[in-house]
Design a protein around this ligand. Structure first.
Ligand code: FPP
Length: 250
């Protein structure tokens, strides 16, 4: 599986670089099990891969990177695993608070933060505030936490219905642009490219509204082994696609 496009170290050069790449960081558990390590070691390695790929995206000139860190369904996992993921997030956020301003990295969370522990929510608020001081054109990493595409759409619908009930909006006003503004991703362009490593060929409730015209790239590589060369391959595959958005080729 995967697309056999020659790796290139020039992914950032030339035209047609995706402005927004979204990644389902899958395969951490299998990576750890194959090495005889606990699943949590896979998430630790996966978090380092996130750091590396985010840096690479920023250097290439990709403006937005969205990653699926924890889904609305991931609470079904053991308490040990859930708390290990939350602890990792905390560690990276603490680090981000100290470095994002000098590195010009904006951070935003997508998902329902209500069940997230107060300490982590406070850190997310802090990174939000720092992001507000950075330039809108600076690189932005979006972390999907307690995120589900259906949940995001339902919460948006509830907010829109409440605005209608309050007389602030009318049902007939609703169109694509207005609805997008009610989503967690308001103001962020839709991803041109969605990547899923680890050989799974499904979307798993990720960016259901935003993926309408995204290109997909699947690879068997497990997320902790995903590297710059693999991202180059995904971008090269994207560039070779014929995007027609429902129209015909000119
Ligand atoms: C999917 O692999 C991965 C997750 C559910 C967690 C991802 C979280 C991190 C990488 C850590 C924190 C993130 C950041 C941004 C610092 P899986 O466990 O489902 O793998 P498997 O399918 O092989 O079991």
């Amino acid at each position: 599986m995967g697309e056999f496009v020659k790796s290139t170290d020039t992914a950032g050069q030339g035209k047609n670089l995706p402005r927004h790449i979204a990644i389902i960081m899958d395969g951490n558990g299998r990576w750890a099990t194959r090495q005889g390590l606990p699943r949590t070691a896979g998430h630790k390695a996966g978090a380092e891969t996130f750091r590396r790929i985010a840096t690479y995206c920023k250097n290439l000139g990709v403006q937005y990177l969205t990653v699926y860190a924890f889904s609305t369904e991931n609470w079904k996992r053991s308490e040990t695993e859930v708390s290990a993921i939350m602890t990792l997030l905390k560690k990276y956020l603490l680090e981000a608070v100290d470095t994002m301003e000098q590195d010009h990295i904006r951070l935003r969370f997508l998902g329902d933060m209500t069940p997230i522990k107060p300490e982590l929510r406070a850190l997310a608020r802090q990174t939000d505030e720092i992001s507000d001081h950075l330039a809108p054109g600076d690189f932005q990493a979006n972390i999907c936490l307690n995120y589900g595409g259906r949940d995001e759409i339902l919460r948006a619908v509830r907010r829109f219905a409440a605005d209608c009930a309050a007389g602030e909006k009318r049902p007939e006003d609703l169109d694509d642009a207005l609805f997008s503004g009610y989503l967690d991703s308001a103001g962020i362009p839709d991803p041109e490219l969605i990547i899923r490593p680890s050989g799974e060929l499904r979307l798993s409730n990720f960016l259901l509204w935003q993926c309408a015209y995204s290109e997909f790239y699947f690879t068997d590589v497990l997320w902790p082994d995903f590297d710059e060369a693999e991202l180059d391959r995904a971008i090269a595959a994207y560039r070779a696609r014929d995007r027609r958005f429902g129209g015909v080729k000119k």
